[in-house]
Design a protein around this ligand. Structure first.
Ligand code: HEC
Length: 314
């Protein structure tokens, strides 16, 4: 077999290009469309949140080893960096493939899911390209942009990884997970919304009237209805799982409704599809919540009825 050095070195590159093409095609060929599939696919898919942390840790280690390795006494670290980058790349590809399996089979859909999936796909591609750049960087030969481009590409890849992991954390924890308990001063400094509304300036004291500002009491919806929806419904009606096109994680979105229009019609239990569904016989196909999840209790249903009859206010 005439195996020239050139063709020998080209084969792995072609294989890696093929892998990148396959990863890029995944979201087109089999996008997460909100349908659930074979439970064996879901079984493997659910390892994604466990697996994903390995390449994250490894990739973060690469610049530490590269920069440490620039010091004469730590020269040996540079060799390790290449090995760690290879492991991180394999980990990223596997975690992305398993993540796609979870999204595709586990009934996920929506913008955050797609952002996260694309993030994983591009990140895996970037890691593969990064291993090529590192080759040129270490050999000190070949195109100048490859030799000089390795470090900037490494940091750009880590930035992409941070963004992608953040999308993942929004899917599992909601988008205020990191900031919810942040000290108010720091929140203000970062320009984030504060959960606690700023104190209203005290009203001018009028003669004979106490100047106590009356704090607005939380509404019936906020206090009673939203927690009910959160407990029984939001798991399937949220940004990453929009069953029936309906989101129930915010008042406005709930009232806007899904594929069959607004599910809540103020003042009418008969016209409110939401009320109809929660009061159907539990074995009815349209009964909510689906999938054998426990039905709402009679007093919970009564609260929802009261809220709808009283005008379904926010
Ligand atoms: C286990 C997942 C799941 C849970 C939990 C769930 N739903 Fe649903 N919901 C679905 C699916 C799937 C559909 C779409 C199929 C259909 O229309 O029956 C849907 C559709 C709907 C629709 C119709 C949307 C439209 O415009 O077509 C309403 C209203 C609804 N759900 C209300 C609720 C309420 C209220 C709860 C909580 C008590 C709830 N759902 C909990 C899965 C779920």
């Amino acid at each position: 077999m005439a195996d020239t050095p050139r063709s020998r070195s080209l084969t792995p590159i072609l294989a890696q290009l093929g892998l990148i093409a396959l990863l890029l095609a995944l979201p087109f060929i089999a996008p997460p469309d909100g349908r659930e599939r074979a439970s064996i696919a879901q079984f493997f898919g659910r390892f994604h949140p466990v697996l994903v942390h390995l390449p994250i840790g490894l990739l973060l280690l690469v610049p530490v080893l590269e920069i440490g390795g620039l010091l004469h006494v730590w020269r040996h670290l540079q060799k390790t960096a290449g090995f760690v980058l290879t492991l991180a790349t394999i980990g990223a590809v596997v975690a992305t493939a398993v993540g796609w399996l979870l999204a595709w089979s586990g009934g996920y859909e929506g913008e955050t899911i797609m952002d996260h999936l694309w993030g994983g796909v591009w990140l895996s591609a970037a890691c593969i390209v990064l291993t090529w750049f590192r080759h040129g960087y270490m050999a000190g030969e070949g195109y100048l942009f490859i030799r000089l481009g390795y470090m900037p590409l490494l940091f750009a890849t880590i930035a992409l990884m941070s963004w992608t992991s953040h999308q993942g954390s929004v899917i599992t924890h909601g988008d205020d997970y990191l900031t919810k308990h942040m000290p108010a001063g720091l929140k203000q400094f970062l320009g984030l919304k504060s959960a606690v509304p700023p104190a209203k300036p005290a009203a001018e004291p009028k003669a004979g009237v106490a100047a106590e500002p009356v704090p607005a009491a939380p509404s019936f919806y906020v206090e009673k209805i939203a927690p009910l929806m959160e407990k029984h419904c939001v798991a399937c009606h949220k940004p990453s799982k929009i069953k029936g096109g309906l989101r129930m994680d915010a008042y406005e979105l709930l009232m806007e409704g899904g594929d069959s229009g607004p599910p809540v019609i103020a003042g009418s239990l008969e016209k409110s599809d939401l009320y109809r569904r929660i009061t159907l016989p539990t074995d009815d196909e349209e009964f909510m919540p689906t999938d054998g999840k426990p039905a709402l209790k009679p007093d919970e249903i009564k609260l929802i009825a009261e809220w709808i009859m009283a005008g379904a206010q926010p």
